[in-house]
Design a binder for this molecule. Structure first.
Ligand code: CP
Length: 299
């Protein structure tokens, strides 16, 4: 794996290998993994806000012995008018081994691959509403840890599907893993026209017999500034609570990529309840990113 810009570039076998690698890393001592990649370096270039993706990439690098620099874009020369291309070419001249990039424009990481050639790896940490492949992989890994298979699973994804790069990568990943059924539910205006999933007509049918329930926030940053949303109505019709969750299987797991908007797409009781694996997703974010970076640097 030279680059990771889209989860669709991975085979089922490659994803299963990453699960195995993440499990091996989880069982390893950090003082051991810190010895794996001396002299390697990464630059994290985040043009959009992040808490868990940026922090987990930084920790993943540090725990593999990879020197990591996170450029503070707000204080960088992009504020003086430097283009993203010049910024990337400038940083690439410093010879990092990996770029980890988040950008609001769809497919921006593909452009970066074209600009810098094959010497430096590029990891997509989220491009617009298009892809968030490392989130998709950590989500798949979390499901795998609980269910150990995909072929008999009903996975339901609820909320703002249309603007969610998390949903795109997860749906693509679930298809690669040959998941039995992927169901989406949300307001029609928040469901894309072309989607590789079944669309439910109401919350109860969306949740019925689900093995995995994934809740998504409204991606306000991708909506027109004057787009009005009634959050109370959203919660009433598309929010997960302890009552409607009963339609899912008793051992269903509840996931959310974060950041959560408690009281809108999910109640406190569910987010903090015994079926929630949300913090496990965060923990797996570090492990899966270690597995990805390790794979890239091994080649
Ligand atoms: N899931 C996710 O991408 O979260 P952050 O925006 O905090 O990185």
């Amino acid at each position: 794996m030279k680059h990771l810009t889209d989860i669709k570039s991975l085979s089922k076998t490659a994803i299963l290998e990453l699960f195995g690698s993440a499990e091996k890393i989880s069982a390893s001592n950090i003082t051991t993994t810190k010895e794996w990649h001396p002299g390697k370096s990464a630059i994290a270039l985040f043009f959009e806000n992040s808490t868990r993706t940026l922090a987990s990439f930084q920790l993943a690098c540090q725990r593999l012995g990879v020197d990591v620099t996170a450029l503070n874009v707000a204080n960088s020369s992009t504020q003086k008018g430097e283009t993203i291309k010049d910024t990337v070419l400038t940083l690439n001249a410093m010879q990092p081994d990996i770029f980890i990039v988040r950008h609001h424009e769809n497919h921006s990481q593909d452009k970066i691959v074209d600009w810098i050639g094959q010497d430096t790896s590029v990891i997509n940490a989220g491009d617009g509403s298009n892809q968030h492949p490392t989130q998709g992989l950590l989500d798949l890994f979390t499901i795998w840890q609980h269910k150990q298979q995909f072929s008999d699973l009903n996975v339901t994804i609820i909320g703002d599907i249309k603007h969610s790069r998390v949903a795109n990568s997860l749906i693509d990943g679930l298809k690669i893993m040959q998941t039995k059924e992927v169901v989406v539910y949300g307001p029609d205006a928040f469901i894309p026209e072309h989607l590789n999933a079944q669309q439910a007509s109401n919350m109860d049918s969306a949740l019925l017999d689900a093995d995995v329930v994934v809740m998504l926030r409204i991606q306000k940053e991708r909506l027109p500034k004057d787009f009005n949303i009634d959050f109370n109505q959203w919660h009433l019709h598309y929010g997960l609570n302890t009552e409607n969750l009963k339609a899912a299987k008793p051992d269903a797991i509840v996931m959310h990529p974060g950041p959560m908007n408690r009281g809108i797409e999910i109640t406190d009781e569910v987010a903090d309840g015994k079926q929630s694996v949300i913090l496990q997703q965060v923990k797996n974010g570090v492990l899966m990113r270690q597995a990805i970076i390790n794979r890239m640097l091994e080649l």
